[in-house]
Design a protein around this ligand. Structure first.
Ligand code: UFG
Length: 331
């Protein structure tokens, strides 16, 4: 039984590969290396350079490696970019996923885990943590492209033998606590990564996009989940499917909100570096506050968060920045 990880050379995917190896699973990574890094794939893991939109290539991998479950991460992930280039998102996240799902159906792979996002909710109509049964009203092509894939999976499961888990991530951050992989994305835009790059001296300063929101300190609020906890949720989901689970959709977060300014304070405190921060206008597509109600994941799959601590998240992200700097020096 082999698990195929799409996007396994990317940030979250590479952490999933380690989670699977730690649990003695056989893994095949499929990645087109557009944003991923081949060096991030652990030695001994089978790697196929292919695009998930290439249905024939994927069918071949599924057959050759006797894949019995797919964990699907490959895709584009930047909300503002999706507003500028929506068709890229509908291609990479929706069109290509369609072909991957078709390959799974044609090859008889019955277990599918999909990396979705809190962006499917859009701006919540209520305050406080948001539950899975909230209205789905994405406000960016990124969110819509992921919601469309959720619906494709749901409809395919009604017509074919396909069991699935859809996980809606809130703000994923931090890096492997054993230091084996991390977030290496070039030109990163995500808050904790950007702040850690500023702390490590890779950027002269960073910006805060908007301090006039209706929140306590005026900056946006997000729910940051440590990537090791997130990939463990996928492993728990895989076992749910192996034990006969048929369909399940859940939020992944800690139900704890931190503001952008809180996060920057944490990065300054943990790193000991007081980097320059400039307050600027709001960024298009940002939602003022978004936190997860994660009861469903905890009660139905018995998932237990182990690293629910902003300082732990930040410290692991800073460690990885140092590693990247050393890698560049020795390259
Ligand atoms: N931010 C800054 N400065 C930066 C980077 C980010 O102020 O340099 C702010 C943003 O404006 C936003 C917050 O930090 O208010 C978080 O922004 P990110 O870009 O880190 O993440 P997003 O919240 O836009 O996106 C993330 C995930 C999506 C998910 C979404 C839900 O990447 O998958 O959260 O809102 F859908």
């Amino acid at each position: 039984m082999t698990v195929m990880v799409t996007g396994g050379a990317g940030y979250i995917g590479s952490h999933m590969v380690w989670e699977l190896l730690d649990n003695d699973e056989d893994v095949v990574v499929v990645d087109n290396l557009v944003t991923g890094f081949e060096w991030s794939i652990p030695k001994g893991v089978t790697f196929v350079k292919a695009d998930i939109g290439d249905q024939e290539a994927i069918e071949q991998v599924l057959r050759e490696h006797k894949v019995d479950a797919i964990v699907h991460f490959a895709g584009s992930v930047v909300v503002p970019e999706s507003l500028e280039d929506p068709l890229k998102y509908y291609q990479n996240n929706t069109g290509n996923s369609r072909n991957l799902i078709a390959a799974a159906v044609k090859s008889g792979v019955k277990r599918f885990i999909f990396s979705s996002t809190a962006a499917v909710y859009g701006e919540p109509l209520t305050t406080g943590p948001i539950a899975e049964n909230a209205i789905l009203n994405p406000m960016s092509p990124y969110g819509t492209s992921k919601l469309m894939t959720e619906l494709m999976i749901r409809d395919t499961a009604l017509a074919h033998e396909l069991d699935y888990v859809i996980l809606r991530y809130f703000n994923v951050a931090g890096c492997d606590l054993k230091g084996r992989t991390g977030q290496s994305t070039a030109g990163a835009t995500h808050l904790i990564k950007v702040a850690c790059e500023a702390a490590a001296g890779k950027r002269p300063m960073m910006k805060v996009f908007g301090t006039d929101y209706d929140t306590e300190d005026g900056s946006c609020i997000r729910d940051f989940i440590h990537v090791n906890d997130l990939v463990n949720a996928h492993y728990v989901a895989l076992n749910f499917l192996r034990n006969g689970g048929r369909k399940f959709t859940a939020n992944c977060g800690y139900s704890q909100g931190y503001s952008v300014l809180d996060v920057i304070d944490a990065v300054k405190r943990v790193s000991g570096n007081d980097f320059r921060v400039v307050k600027t206008d709001r960024r298009a597509g940002d939602i003022p506050a978004l936190t997860a109600n994660s009861n469903r994941l905890q009660t139905r799959l018995n998932w237990e968060p182990k690293h629910n601590d902003l300082d732990v998240i930040v410290a692991s992200a800073l460690e990885w920045e140092k590693k990247l700097l050393n890698m560049r020096k020795s390259a």
